[in-house]
Design a protein around this ligand. Structure first.
Ligand code: NAP
Length: 307
């Protein structure tokens, strides 16, 4: 069932290539046109047949498209929006897949001309891999996609985009952009920062204890290293643009950490036991909500995770 006649993907990394595969698998787009910044990525996209056409410029790629998907790092959204703005077709819809919503809206909305809808979006699905070869059609299966409509989103444009994400396997929710950024700071952005920090600590320790950190890493630490292998550009941009929410959650995290540190120092077993009992109940809730399985799977390969 064709939902859009021509979809332009700007940026051809993990998310765009997964969308291309999923749209192909479901016959959801009449034509898929792509553009990426480097000639190298464009050549790979051509070689593997990711798109029907690959264009040298974003302006060329969006011409005549009824859906334009911005799949570039959050920090690159503004430059891309400025370039494509004058070339968007009347009646088209622009969306994005950025991990932060308020900053993307502020960067993109001023460049959307009259007669074009803008519906910001964020699929909560990803892996630590990036680039045009890393995508796969089932990435969005049973994962949430959050749409954060603005005054530039018409109800028709939102409904049509929702039907695309649902046809790619996602469950779709609508959310206020500021609320999105706070929720994501809790469930994704701060945990990634903690993983980066923990791997940094272990790297520092390794100089003291040789290779023990690697040797015994299966006991949980390996999952931290998987998360900390995520794309540095993408994650730099997430923290630079979701600054306030991340700092808020980090402040709360630090307070809890100090509280646990004190409980350990004071030998307060009751406090530790009560705390871990509460967190165990949260984990059970996640399994019951179908967001993970109970089976431990440390070091898993390409395990979908939200960003
Ligand atoms: P990725 O695999 O690193 O790919 C990024 C793509 O953007 C590359 O093709 C890159 O081109 C292109 N690009 C960068 N700057 C550009 C510019 N100025 N003009 C045109 N193309 C440009 O990234 P990704 O993981 O797909 O992430 C894309 C977006 O999805 C980000 O906003 C991220 O926040 C969001 N997101 C990511 C995940 C995740 O887990 N990975 C999950 C949900 C949402 P070159 O290859 O030529 O450099």
């Amino acid at each position: 069932m064709v939902i859009y006649n021509r979809v332009a993907l700007i940026g051809l990394g993990l998310i765009a290539s997964s969308m291309a595969h999923a749209m192909r698998a479901g016959g959801l787009a009449g034509e898929i046109v792509g553009h990426a910044k480097s000639a190298e990525t464009r050549a790979v996209a051509l070689e593997i047949g990711l798109c029907d056409r690959v264009c040298d410029t974003a302006a060329e790629a969006v011409a005549g498209a009824d859906l334009v998907v911005l799949c570039v790092p959050v920090g690159a959204m503004e430059a891309v929006a400025a370039e494509i703005g004058p070339h968007l077709a009347q009646g088209a819809c622009v969306t994005d897949v950025g991990s932060v919503k308020q900053a993307v809206i502020a960067a993109v909305a001023p460049h959307i001309p009259g007669g074009v809808a803008f519906v910001p979006g964020h699929p909560l699905a990803g892996t630590e891999h990036s680039g045009p070869r890393s995508g796969f059609a089932t990435l969005f299966q049973n994962r949430w996609c959050l749409l954060t409509p603005t005054e530039l989103s018409t109800p028709e444009a939102v409904a049509r985009l929702r039907s695309l994400w649902e046809a790619m396997g996602s469950n779709v929710d609508e959310m206020d952009p500021a609320h999105h950024d706070l929720v994501l700071a809790v469930v994704s952005h701060t945990p990634h920062l903690i993983a980066y920090t923990m791997v940094g600590v272990a790297d520092h320790l390794r100089r003291v204890s040789n290779s023990e950190v690697i040797k015994y890493s299966a006991s949980g630490f390996r999952d931290f290293t998987r998360i900390a292998a995520s794309d540095p550009v993408m994650w730099r941009d997430v923290f630079l643009t979701n600054k306030e929410a991340t700092l808020d959650i980090l402040g709360r995290f630090t307070e809890e950490l100090f509280m646990l540190q004190r409980a350990i120092r004071m030998g307060d077993g009751d406090e530790l036991h009560a705390y871990f009992t509460r967190t165990r109940a949260i984990r059970r809730g996640i399994i019951e909500a179908g967001q993970d399985t109970a089976a431990p799977d440390f070091g898993r390969v390409a395990k979908p995770s939200g960003a």
